[in-house]
Ligand binder design. Structure first.
Ligand SMILES: [Zn+2]
Length: 273
């Protein structure tokens, strides 16, 4: 079991721009290398917002982070890309109110990270060992954390029309890039009206969301994996889970996750470890 690892940031700054999935508003995000030990921080309107569970303002359809009146919508795909590629320190400058949706996955973030490369920092960190089982349940969502020599996720989902999908894999920068990062966000056609009535989903389109109609996926040609839905749920889970700012040796079994349940699970786990 390798418990120690080095802090990591990006070698160069990278920029992403585009409209947000929920607000539909244009936004630019600049990611800059950060000093070791500083963690993942958002900077918006001159304000610094640490990426942590205490700064989550909402989990309705997406994860919103912020402080006071300052809100950043849909941080989960970017945070997932950062956590999945094991970046521990990064400054995220946000010019707008939502992280761009891009193609609905975290692929563009991850591929750019690989393009510019990673900088290994001197600060050594230790993984957190889980030595007992920890269970958490909220409505139809269940989590079980158990001891394991690596960081491993098992996720299962069940939806009308799609049926059951499950996937189990060790999460490393490489497996994250190949097996998770291309998975796009999705929604049911029948839920679109409800999402719109909440003032959300304004930037959603058949280009960046897989839409499930009564007869199956309407834009099936946009799918990358056969079991893309469970993979996107792992992508989302890792983004929310990153808000613990810890790295683990454990296996996590997740059934039917959503952002709200992930948030409650992370808060529960934080008190348990
Ligand atoms: Zn998502």
């Amino acid at each position: 079991m390798n418990l120690n690892f080095c802090s990591k940031t990006l070698k160069e700054k990278v920029k992403f721009c585009g409209n947000g999935l929920h607000t539909g508003q244009y936004c630019e995000v600049v990611l800059e290398p950060a000093k070791e030990g500083t963690g993942i921080n958002f900077f918006v309107d001159g304000q610094k917002i640490y990426s942590c569970i205490e700064n989550v303002l909402s989990t309705q359809n997406c994860t919103v982070i912020g402080s006071g009146k300052t809100k950043i919508f849909t941080v989960e795909h970017l945070l997932s890309a950062i956590y999945g590629t094991e970046i521990t320190d990064l400054n995220i400058y946000v010019y707008g109110i939502e992280i761009p949706v891009l193609d609905g996955s975290s692929k563009e973030f991850v591929l750019r990270f690989y393009d510019v490369g990673f900088e290994i920092l001197n600060l050594k960190r230790s993984k957190t060992i889980i030595d007992k089982e920890i269970d958490f349940e909220i409505k139809t969502t269940k989590y079980k954390v158990s001891p394991y020599e690596n960081f491993r996720i098992y996720c299962e989902v069940e939806y009308k029309i799609i049926g059951k999908q499950s996937l189990e894999l060790n999460i490393s920068s490489e497996t994250y890039k190949d097996e998770i990062s291309y998975a796009k966000t999705f929604c049911f056609f029948s839920d679109i009206e409800k999402i719109k009535s909440l003032g959300l989903g304004k930037g959603g389109s058949l280009e960046n969301v897989l839409v499930i109609g009564d007869a199956g996926v309407i834009n099936e040609n946009r799918m990358y994996y056969k079991d893309e839905f469970v993979r996107h749920k792992i992508l989302d889970f890792l983004g929310d889970f990153s808000l613990l700012n810890k790295y683990f040796c454990c296996k996590i079994h997740v059934s039917n996750p959503n952002h709200y349940a992930n948030y409650e699970f992370v808060r529960y786990l934080k008190n348990k470890i």
